[in-house]
Design a protein around this ligand. Structure first.
Ligand code: FAD
Length: 287
């Protein structure tokens, strides 16, 4: 599925099929304003992602900035936007991606909205952290994602522990990256211990019940109250758990992707769960 997520031929086949609409709707907001409103009314926070990645045309990176700036008008204070640096030109130049991300950070700050830089393919991670370090000088609230499947994730957490850090398992593969679930989970817990014991703001991005329990235990042991960290989950994944945790007083943020460029995002979601893939294939053949 991850290989298919990069195949233009498969993308044409899937995106031109009217049969995928149900699956897309499950994971991608068709009306972002309405979805943000509904989640907010349920006591959930949001991080909104305008879908798009791997952009190699400078004009398109400017258009992505404009889209994010317009999106800010729809968001309540306390919301977050998730940004992929390859949509802002990281593949063209680090300087361009930094300037574009800085423009989004400045506009977001003015609206009381934070920005988090998503982590993408392994060959963009050094650039991601370099850009994050530069942005933090002017925008200390800008967050960054660490992927536990990368063996250097613990080092990353130790170095950037004072920042807003979203910890996730990782939706990609990399040479030398952990592949076995047990190894990724162990790495996740090692990172979580460092983040919870540190001085930053941990954002625990997982739906995994065991890791969620470990996170809540570590938070108590490290003396963090419910405002000292947050859980993050994806739109469409374990929604009852999202509202259950929020009902207990935890901060829960839902990652809400929207926009026409949903193909690669959807393929990564299907790759995470074979049952989703079966559901998807059934929806293709059953019409
Ligand atoms: P898993 O072991 O995959 O799942 C645990 C349980 O959650 C499953 O048993 C199932 O019940 C449920 N579940 C998980 N995925 C699905 C699904 N797709 N559909 C239905 N049920 C599911 N990855 C990156 O590489 N970079 C990022 O910047 C990034 N940002 C993220 C932001 C947020 C808020 C979240 C929640 C995830 C993000 N991810 C990112 C994705 C992450 O790395 C994982 O690929 C994804 O969260 C699945 O891992 P898991 O921890 O939920 O554990």
């Amino acid at each position: 599925m991850l290989a298919l997520s990069k195949s233009p031929r498969a993308e044409r086949l899937v995106t031109t099929s009217p049969l995928t609409a149900d699956v897309v709707r499950r994971y991608v907001a068709s009306d972002v304003g309405a979805v943000v409103g509904a989640l907010t009314r349920q006591g959930l926070l949001v991080s909104v992602d305008h879908l798009g990645e791997e952009v190699t045309d400078e004009a398109q990176t400017g258009a992505a900035v404009d889209t994010y700036v317009s999106l800010l008008d729809l968001l309540p204070a306390g919301a977050d936007v998730s940004v992929k640096l390859t949509a802002l030109g990281l593949r063209l130049s680090q300087r361009l991606a930094t300037a574009n991300a800085a423009a989004i950070c400045a506009a977001a700050e003015a609206k009381g909205v934070t920005v988090t830089l998503d982590a993408e393919e392994h060959d963009t991670i050094a650039g991601l952290h370099a850009v994050h370090a530069v942005l933090r000088r002017e925008h200390p609230e800008v967050g960054v994602v660490v992927q536990a499947y990368l063996p250097d994730s613990l080092d990353r957490c130790e170095k950037i522990g004072a920042a807003r850090v979203r910890l996730c398992k990782g939706a990609y593969t990399a040479p030398g990256g952990y592949r076995r679930t047990a190894d990724i989970d162990r790495s996740f817990v090692r990172c979580l211990k460092v983040l919870m014991a540190g001085t930053g703001y941990p954002m625990v991005a997982t739906h995994d019940p065991r890791l969620l329990r470990i996170a809540s235990t570590l938070a108590v042991l490290d003396g963090r109250d419910t405002t000292g960290f947050e859980y993050q989950m994806l739109y469409g994944v374990r929604p009852e758990e999202q509202t259950r945790l929020a009902g207990l007083g935890s901060r829960v943020r839902v990652y809400v992707p929207y926009g026409a460029d949903w193909y690669a995002y959807l393929m990564r979601r299907l790759a995470e769960r074979p049952r989703n893939l079966a559901f998807f294939l059934r929806s293709l053949v059953s019409r």
